[in-house]
Design a protein around this ligand. Structure first.
Ligand code: SF4
Length: 363
């Protein structure tokens, strides 16, 4: 990065100074937090390099349900059906990148749309557009023009960095991997502007960011890169997609008709909040390691898998869990781990391989 990275990180935040010198032993370069031994007993599970890599997505998944983490990130089972919300969100990020590199303007919107379309059409051809509405290319184009109208005059901040990725230590040899969208500076301080796409804006959506793991990771990165008193925090840059509103003959929109919406949610953390987060995230990190250790002593013939326990309160939290049919009858899923169920493939999420990264740091 153009600016030299300040590695105050975990230790100075823990002792509250925020000004300690760089800690040579916290760079996370050795990345030895997860000592996963060759799993002699688990002959039907291939050990994977990504088991040693944790990021906010994986930590959140583990916090929601350790057994689902096992299915998705230990076995690497993914649905073969592409997920429009995910792919649309990735394509939208590509368009946003143009705005914050070249300025929020109609010219950037046109260039951003080309990048959007190029990526999106690799995932979904035109036959999907109607079913994927309102998250489809036609509506993305409309939303990009509306984004310019909304933010062209408001976004007067300086953009310092775009698409920065890497790892940040939370304790010695305990790195968390991350990617931030845009690091900016204005009179309020340095902030991370993170693009999110949604379907409905409501208070629940806005409230979720206050304590979200992802936001704490972004904040930790900012506190490691800048002086604590320079850091403003994180701003969630939400865009909510709706089909074009329908109008009556007199030009008035029908009741309850919605249009695309744009909402930003600021989240600020002070040093005390970050100290508390470091303690808690380290605990979660260690719990994942403990579950890998339990997996080491598990056997196919065991009646029950103790590692990565089921959190049965999460099965229907965001719609039915995709693994519910299997999970509810497999008391020891390693007996079925040879190959994924029909409709699934093996693909391990690896935050070190996110496309479009421009700068890489180890903090
Ligand atoms: S069905 Fe429930 S317990 Fe099983 S993996 Fe899904 S969320 Fe976890």
């Amino acid at each position: 990065m153009g600016r030299s990275a300040r590695k105050i990180c975990w230790q100075s935040l823990r002792n509250g100074s925020g000004n300690s010198p760089p800690q040579d032993n916290v760079e996370g370069r050795s990345h030895r937090a997860f000592h996963i031994i060759i799993m002699a007993n688990l002959i039907n599970i291939d050990e994977h390099d990504t088991w040693k890599v944790q990021d906010a997505t994986k930590l959140q998944a583990y916090m929601n349900c350790p057994r689902r983490y096992f299915f998705e990130y230990v076995l690497g089972w993914r649905s073969e059906i592409p997920n429009n919300h995910l792919e649309f969100g990735t394509a939208w990020h590509m368009a946003m990148e143009v705005f914050y590199e070249k300025g929020v303007s109609l010219e950037s919107a046109a260039e951003g749309y080309k990048k959007f379309e190029e990526y999106y059409r690799e995932q979904f051809d035109e036959t999907w557009d109607e079913g994927n509405a309102p998250k489809n290319p036609g509506n993305a184009l409309r939303a990009l023009a509306q984004y310019v109208q909304t933010y062209q005059d408001l976004d007067d901040f300086e953009v310092l960095h775009i698409e920065v990725a890497g790892s940040v230590a939370i304790a010695p040899n305990k790195p968390i991997y991350f990617k931030t969208d845009t690091i900016c500076r204005d009179d309020s301080g340095v902030f991370s502007l993170e693009h999110k796409t949604g379907s409905y804006f409501n208070t629940k959506w806005a409230a979720q960011w206050r304590q979200k793991m992802q936001v704490s990771v972004y904040s930790h990165v900012l506190f490691c890169l800048f002086e604590p008193d320079e850091v403003y925090g994180v701003k969630i840059n939400g865009v909510f997609f709706a089909n074009p509103p329908k109008y009556k003959a007199n030009g008035e929109p029908y009741a309850n008709s919605r249009d695309n919406e744009f909402h930003r949610v600021p989240v600020r953390k002070n040093i005390a909040a970050m100290q508390a987060w470091l303690v808690e995230v380290t605990r979660w990190y260690d719990m994942i390691q403990d579950d890998f250790n339990r997996l080491l002593s598990a056997k196919e013939e065991d009646e029950v898998l103790e590692a990565f326990p089921r959190n049965t309160e999460s099965c229907t939290q965001y719609g039915p869990c995709p693994f519910l049919d299997y999970c509810s009858i497999w008391n020891n899923p390693i007996q079925y781990a040879d190959s994924p169920p029909i409709g699934y493939r093996v693909e391990h999420w690896d935050p070190r391989k996110i496309p479009g990264v421009r700068e890489t740091v180890e903090l």
